[in-house]
Design a protein around this ligand. Sequence first.
Ligand code: DGJ
Length: 729
Amino acid sequence: MLPDMIAFDSASRTFFLNGPASSYVLGVDGHGHLLHLHWGAGIRPGALGQIARLLDRPFSPNPYPADRTYSLDTLPQECPTGGLTDFRSPAVLVEHPDGTHVLDLVYLAHVIVAGKPGLPGLPATYVEGSGEADTLTITLIDQPSGVRVELSYSQFRDHDAIARSLRIINAGDAVRFVTRACSASCDLPTADRRLMTLSGGWARERQVEIAPLRPGLQGVQSRRGTSSHQQNPFIAVLDAGADEVHGEVRGLALIYSGCFIAQVEVDQYATARTQIGMDAPALRWRLAPGEAFQAPEAVLVWSSEGLGGMSRTCHRLFRTRLARGQFRDAPRPILINNWEATYFDFNTDKLIAIARKAKEIGVEMMVLDDGWFGAREGDRAGLGDWVCNEQKLPGGLRRLADGIEALDMRFGLWFEPEMVNPDSDLYRAHPDWCLHIPGRGRSEARNQLVLDLTRPEVRAYVYNAVAGVLRSARISYVKWDMNRHLTEVASAGVAAGVAAGEVHHRFVLGLYDVLERITTEFPDVLFESCSGGGGRFDGGMLYYMPQVWCSDNSDAICRLSIQHGTSMAYPLSSMGAHVSACPNHQVHRTTPMRTRGHVAFTGAFGFELDLNKLSPEDLQVTRELVVEYNRVRGLLATGDLYRLRDPSDGQAAAWMVVSPDRRQALVTYVRIQAVGNAPLPVVRLRGLDPAAGYRIGDETIGGDVLMAVGLHLPLTHDFQSLTWHLDRV
Ligand code: DGJ
């Protein structure tokens, strides 16, 4: 008997993948081509009755000349290729020895298994029992070349989500090159839709951009070697009329941390071909006969409850079946980081003084940021030399960590392991260990070069350097930073067979290899990913590290839109957010301490300032914030997010988090710009139990009332925040 979530109708050669409320349907047509038939609301398995929409269309060529109605150019495809009769964007491109790219992929076989196999060497969603998902693998073959493509689909039982990936196998007898591999490609039947991307830059990551689809190509990409601050490997396609609460939305995430493309091409018949994956020039992967290329995983999420429903599915899946380790479901420690408090200007006494004050208000962990190693007095030198600078920290990390532990706090440490300063012992010893092209210059950014993680000896150095430090002292947390993008992307390991067109991807695979080993060896260490703030906030990094420093911009008002955009795909528990000093160091804005705290109340809350410098009033507020956070930290770690008010109009933001059992909720409202003599604001809540009453302060109000009528808010002034704690009675 076939497993439940995936059914195959052999009469019509149709595959049905069924989530709790959604279906994804594929069909093999009479010529063996795999067609995309449906991705949307659930439908019962059976013949669709309209599998091929065939029509004689001018300028759409016919691979079977006897049939003028058949052209790949007009059919909705599941794994389109180039050079045959489809002129739209291919999902797969393989360069043959003669330089051509034609692949005529036809169905060869399929298999359905219970559970979800992993992707060796790559991050991926997972299951904890074989009943949680079924996996369908369809093998397609191009008979003339012998190239095969294995498409893999895992349908989750509890989520309207599918994990999709592809593997390209060169079963021919000549060397070939993979130059494009889209892990997902879906021909959505109507272009009456909008595309959402998460775009921005350093200090303004993941701003929501929504634009109508128009004929032609639109999308985003990163050529920076990382997923980047500028674009994010997550897009959503919104049906006409869909919004935060209503309508059908489809989200696509690439579980990957390197270069990517995410695009929609609207064709002449209003089909929206939606793709996410990897592409040349960052990808030109050599496949010798018998070799295979495994593309990263894409996660496809469908919702009929607008962007909010899509996000909640992403959050639950990413939080519980992408992130791993003992901190996955646990409330995270409240930490204080010294970066904005001291930058490079610290010593043991200063750090202990910051930690001691933080302990007084209830902070649980002290994190030492950049500058503790080598000749690191600024950003000019030292990266790569992971040996504690004992002139700054006499007695080394062990003494400092013990001093922090003596305060009954945990100790955390910053690293930037993928980098090297030319002014470092590491570079002097191994000048060829960075990415570079012989005979060309080496572009620096922040005075640093990128280590060549494609090389096993470099990975071994990085691993041993970090592991050695972690073994040397009581270190409970690591902030893993990465502060530049990749240029001159080539490896001195080419002689050993590393071709230039593979270096981008091999760098990412090398990073994943190091991360897998480090996080496995140190399961008790909480890892936080960072890349100049949120420059590598993607599903790939979440697999290794359950939280990410969301942005170097710690201003509470800027953070509203950064965290709002980030929450489109990524759970609150993954967003590192800190209370920092005012005037803010990035934008010089002054906001109330309480607002800074409320905005930083994500699942990964902390401070980044010297509390000794606060006024008694502000210090008292930080104490109250910690008390308030402790009340809701479990809720924030696992609750469902409802975005109530989008901050993009510059007026106000509001959101709420509801516990999975709907017993507890936290509502947050932040006024951005006050309006004179304004109407009294009302915010309609969501996600509550309509049949229950909720206690808010001294009052009890029905869940139905709070959702249908709303919560009446007082008038507030610029940058003021308010929170309401709801408990079901
Ligand atoms: C960039 C990070 O985002 C900051 O938080 C800080 O760790 C600096 N790097 C240190 O160089």
